[in-house]
Design a protein around this ligand. Structure first.
Ligand SMILES: Cc1cc2nc3c(=O)[nH]c(=O)nc-3n(C[C@H](O)[C@H](O)[C@H](O)COP(=O)(O)OP(=O)(O)OC[C@H]3O[C@@H](n4cnc5c(N)ncnc54)[C@H](O)[C@@H]3O)c2cc1C
Length: 441
């Protein structure tokens, strides 16, 4: 049986490739096993927030990303008819970060550029068409059973990363619990060539509306944009396609007819809000969607992935160097689980709930909050600084961002409180106080 003395990464998505890249730079032997035949063709997540840009800089990837990405100076919040509610400007962080902007780049481009950089690293190998089907471990090694067009093989390594996505085989074979819930909404991720800028859209827009909520974001420099919206769960994929002209006439500014845009890709999917009970079991560590999944609102997914991969690679570098330093992996596990539950999941869910709020009182409160943020640079700064929490460290501000702990977000609040420590309770209480203050204004 082949032995990889280093790390095997299962899954060549963004998290797997970033982790492999950093381990490779540290001189560690890395083998990536990827079930697909190449870089996944989907764009999926898009947004790199300032803490993720700082991490990409530390990776040595920021210049490559910058060349392909769209620079986005603000976030716009709109009504369904296109009227602007508020605009938050990233340069409110000019004193706080070297990266006071968003970069927008679809995931497939990120994966492709990392793959290019990995070609220059002889210690990192990617094997495509290798599906991991089973794992077992003893005190010294993890054995992986893989299937490929050439047949079934086994190999072993002292450390394995399960970065094999939301339907992770590694997680399933470890028997780790993956609890949470599925959102009832059916999302449609539509990639379309259309000139939103002509209609005054920012490069990142959130449409607040009970029926026609959406986010609209530019995907790359080619003029491709993502529109993510809700569709009736009872429709087939074909029916979703058939309804597109009618839906896009309502959702896109300028009420265009089909000859005025070009659909590049469409994917309908259901989102889960879930997290594993343990990130590490023995010599196997889970990361990315294999460890947690969230709805895509708020632009937290890809940024969280970059930071998670960086922190995982740092912990693995310590442990590969010294097999007894497993506490580094446990610190990584605790930090990322708390970050997901307390920040990513809580914010993405509260924000999603706010976007499609139908109660008139709560909705007008939310809109007033947004308007206030758009007009008050100091509040704007504090809200945008909150993205620092993706790092898993205390932010320099606590945001009163909507109603994180009220009303329909109660489920999340309960989960957060159950799953986390006293510090989460403290956070909840500070947010409540701030909300009270913000609403009083
Ligand atoms: C349609 C859609 C739209 C999305 N839009 C957004 C968005 O706008 N914003 C956002 O933040 N997030 C979004 N997401 C979620 C985002 O794509 C994920 O959070 C992100 O891809 C996670 O990266 P990952 O590397 O952990 O997993 P993945 O990108 O899923 O990569 C996992 C890799 O593992 C491979 N693999 C799976 N099983 C095996 C196996 N047994 N053996 C070997 N390899 C295996 C897969 O082929 C894949 O390449 C979207 C997801 C979908 C499906």
């Amino acid at each position: 049986m082949e032995t990889v003395e280093g790390v095997v990464v299962v899954g060549g998505g963004s998290v797997g490739l970033l982790t492999a890249f950093k381990l490779g730079k540290a001189g560690i032997r890395v083998l990536v096993l990827e079930a697909g035949s190449g870089v996944a063709p989907a764009q999926h997540a898009v947004a790199f927030t300032p803490p993720a840009l700082a991490a990409l800089d530390r990776f040595g990837l920021l210049d490559d990303v910058r060349k392909r990405a769209v620079l986005c100076p603000d976030l716009a919040y709109r009504h369904a008819d296109g009227r602007e509610i508020a605009r938050l400007q990233w340069d409110a962080l000019a004193r706080d970060t070297h990266y006071p902007y968003l970069l927008l780049l679809g995931q497939r481009n990120l994966s492709a550029l990392i793959r290019e950089r990995l070609r220059g690293m002889p210690n990192v190998e990617i094997r495509w068409n290798q599906r991991v089907e089973d794992i077992e471990q003893n005190a010294d090694y993890v054995t992986l059973h893989t299937a490929s067009p050439g047949g079934k093989t086994r190999l072993r390594s002292p450390w394995v990363v399960g970065a094999d996505g939301a339907r992770s085989t590694v997680r399933e074979k470890l028997g780790v619990k993956f609890s949470g819930r599925q959102w009832p909404e059916r999302m449609v991720a539509l990639d379309v060539f259309y000139d939103f800028a002509l209609h005054g859209f920012s490069r990142a827009n959130f449409i607040h509306d009970p029926a026609d909520w959406a986010y609209v974001v530019q995907l790359d420099k080619s003029g491709l944009w993502r529109v993510c919206f809700e569709e009736d769960p009872s429709l087939t994929d074909e029916q979703v396609r058939q309804r597109l002209p009618e839906r896009l006439k309502r959702l896109l500014p300028g009420a265009p007819t089909p000859d005025q845009y070009r659909v590049d890709d469409i994917e309908a999917y259901r989102v889960q809000q879930r997290c594993v009970s343990e990130f590490r079991r023995g010599r196997v560590v889970l990361a990315g969607d294999a460890a947690h999944t969230s709805n895509p609102m708020g632009g937290l997914g890809l940024s969280g992935a970059v930071l998670e991969a960086e922190q995982l690679a740092d912990a693995l570098i310590a442990v590969v160097d010294d097999d007894t330093a497993v506490s580094a992996l446990d610190q990584f596990a605790a930090r990322r689980r708390n970050t997901f539950l307390e920040f990513t999941s809580a914010n993405a869910s509260a924000y999603f709930t706010a976007m499609k709020e139908s109660g008139p009182i709560q909705r007008s409160r939310d809109l007033a909050m947004l308007e206030k943020a758009g007009n008050d640079r100091s509040l704007m700064r504090r809200i945008l600084l909150d993205f620092d929490k993706l790092n898993g460290q205390r932010s320099r501000s606590i945001t009163a961002w909507g109603r994180r702990v009220t009303g329909s977000s109660k489920w999340l609040a309960q989960r957060t409180v159950r799953a986390t420590s006293r510090s989460a309770l403290a956070l909840v209480s500070v947010v409540r106080q701030r909300l009270a203050g913000a609403r009083a204004v």
